[in-house]
Design a protein around this ligand. Structure first.
Ligand SMILES: Cc1ncc(COP(=O)(O)O)c(C=O)c1O
Length: 382
C-alpha cells in the first residue's frame, strides 16, 4: 500500500515485534550474540557490526529520505568523519563556506593533517563550485540551509556538476529534515543528518546518519562503520525510533511558529538584518521554495549595536534557552561566533559575511505568542 509521508514517519520500518506484539521496537542492549555453531549465527555476531534495534532505525530513517540504505553513527560529526574516510591522502573536497563550526574544524584542523585538502566556497553559486574543481577533487560537501547564515544551494545545479565530473555529492540536510527536503530526489549521492537535532527532537541524545541509494557506497560506509566503530548505542537507536515518529507534526509547528517569529523580528526597529529562507526577502527564496516543501525553524539576525546588542538580547531571554543546539521542541538561542562556530577563524567568518553580532534562533513548538513576547521583552532591554 502506498502511504503518505506523515504515515511513513510512523510506520515505514517500525512494525510490531513479531515475537511479542510489542508496538515499541524492542531494545537489543547487547554487545554480542551466541552462535549456533562455528560459522553459523542468526545474522548478528557483534553489535559494532550490526544490531537489530539499530538496523530498524537505519532502515526507517533511510526510508524517510527516499533512500535504501542508512548507516548510523554516534554523532553527526562521526557520520561526517566516517564519510571522509572514503578518501585517500592527496584528495580534495569542495565544501560550503558556511557550515556547522564542528564540520569546519574537522576539515580545517584535523583532516588536513592527513593530506586531505579543502576549498570552502559559496555553493549557492554553481559556477564557484565548478571553478573550484581540481583533478584531485572527490567530494562536494554541501549544507542547505547552511549553519548559521541559512544560505540555500540549488541541488539540481550542483548535482549536474557532480555527475559531469564524477564527484560524490553529499548534503548535510540537518536543518531541512526529510519533512521539507529529500536531497536524494535531486540526484544527491549521500544525505547526512545530525539526528541530535530535529530527527529526535527532544535534546535526548547525540547521533548521526548517512543515507544513500547506492549499494556500492552503502557497502563502503558499512565497512567504515564496523571498522572504526563510531556507532550509536542500542538505547540511542531506540530513543531515535520513539522521537522520529512525531517529526512531521513537530516540523510543521516549528515552521508555523518560525514564520510568525521571523515576521515579528523582521519588522522590529532594533533589527538591522534577518535571514529566514521562508521570507521572500531571502536572496535564494525562489530556489528554497522550489526544492523544499517548507522552511524549518531556524532564523538568524543582527541587531543595531552589533555584538554588544546581540549578547544583551541573548542574556535577556526568559523562556527561550541559551544553549548549544537546535531542532528541539524548546526554543533555543545562541551566539554562533563564540559558541557553535568558536573554532572558525574570525577573519574567515567576517570575510564570508558572518559577523560577531549574529544571533541564531531555533524556534520551538511552544505557543508562538509566548515566544514572541519573550523576544519582545528581551529586545526592550537592548
Ligand atoms: C548542520 C550540522 N551538521 C552537523 C552537526 C554535528 O552534529 P552532532 O552535534 O550530532 O555531532 C551539527 C551540530 O550542531 C549541525 O548543526
Amino acid at each position: 500500500m502506498k502511504i503518505k509521508f506523515d504515515t511513513k514517519v510512523i510506520h515505514a520500518a517500525i512494525k510490531p515485534d513479531s515475537d511479542t506484539g510489542s508496538i515499541v521496537t524492542p531494545m537489543h542492549q547487547t554487545a554480542t550474540y551466541v552462535m549456533e555453531k562455528v560459522g553459523k549465527d542468526k545474522g548478528y555476531d557483534y553489535t559494532r557490526s550490526a544490531n537489530p534495534t539499530r538496523e530498524i532505525m537505519e532502515d526507517h530513517l533511510a526510508a524517510l529520505d527516499n533512500g535504501k540504505y542508512g548507516i548510523a553513527f554516534a554523532s553527526g560529526m562521526a557520520a561526517i568523519d566516517s564519510c571522509l574516510k572514503l578518501l585517500k591522502s592527496g584528495n580534495h573536497v569542495i565544501c560550503s563556506d558556511d557550515v556547522y563550526g564542528g564540520t569546519y574544524r574537522l576539515f580545517d584542523q584535523l583532516l588536513v593533517n592527513y593530506d586531505l585538502h579543502f576549498s570552502f566556497v559559496d555553493t549557492s553559486f554553481p559556477d564557484k563550485v565548478e571553478n573550484a574543481i581540481t583533478p584531485e577533487t572527490k567530494i562536494i560537501w554541501v549544507e542547505t540551509p547552511t549553519n548559521p547564515l541559512l544560505k540555500i544551494t540549488d541541488l539540481n545545479a550542483i548535482s549536474k556538476i557532480a555527475k559531469k565530473n564524477n564527484l560524490l555529492f553529499a548534503v548535510d540536510s540537518t536543518f531541512s529534515t526529510p519533512v521539507f527536503l529529500k536531497p536524494l530526489d535531486f540526484g544527491v549521492d549521500l544525505v547526512m543528518h545530525s539526528t541530535t537535532k530535529y530527527i529526535t527532537g527532544h535534546s535526548q541524545l547525540i547521533g548521526g546518519i548517512l543515507i544513500t541509494n547506492r549499494k556500492d557506497l552503502a557497502n563502503k560506509l558499512k565497512f567504515v562503520q564496523k571498522t572504526i566503530g563510531a556507532i550509536p548505542s542500542p538505547f540511542d537507536c531506540w530513543l531515535t525510533l520513539l522521537g522520529v515518529k512525531t517529526l512531521d507534526v513537530r516540523m510543521k509547528k516549528h515552521e508555523e511558529n518560525a514564520i510568525k517569529v521571523a515576521e515579528f523580528l523582521n519588522s522590529h526597529p532594533k533589527i538591522t538584518s534577518l535571514t529566514y529562507p521562508g521570507l521572500s526577502s531571502h536572496p535564494m527564496y525562489h530556489v528554497a521554495k522550489e526544492q523544499m516543501s517548507g522552511f524549518s525553524g531556524m532564523i538568524s539576525f543582527e541587531l543595531k549595536g552589533g555584538m554588544a546588542a546581540g549578547k544583551k538580547f541573548l542574556n535577556s531571554v526568559k523562556l527561550a534557552l541559551l544553549a548549544e543546539s537546535l531542532g528541539s521542541v524548546e526554543t533555543m538561542v545562541l551566539h554562533p561566533a563564540s559558541m557553535t562556530h568558536g573554532d572558525v577563524p574570525k577573519e574567515f567568518r567576517l570575510s564570508h559575511g558572518f559577523s560577531d553580532g549574529l544571533v541564531r534562533i531555533s524556534v520551538g513548538i511552544e505557543n508562538v505568542d509566548d515566544i514572541i513576547n519573550d523576544f519582545k521583552q528581551a529586545l526592550d532591554k537592548v
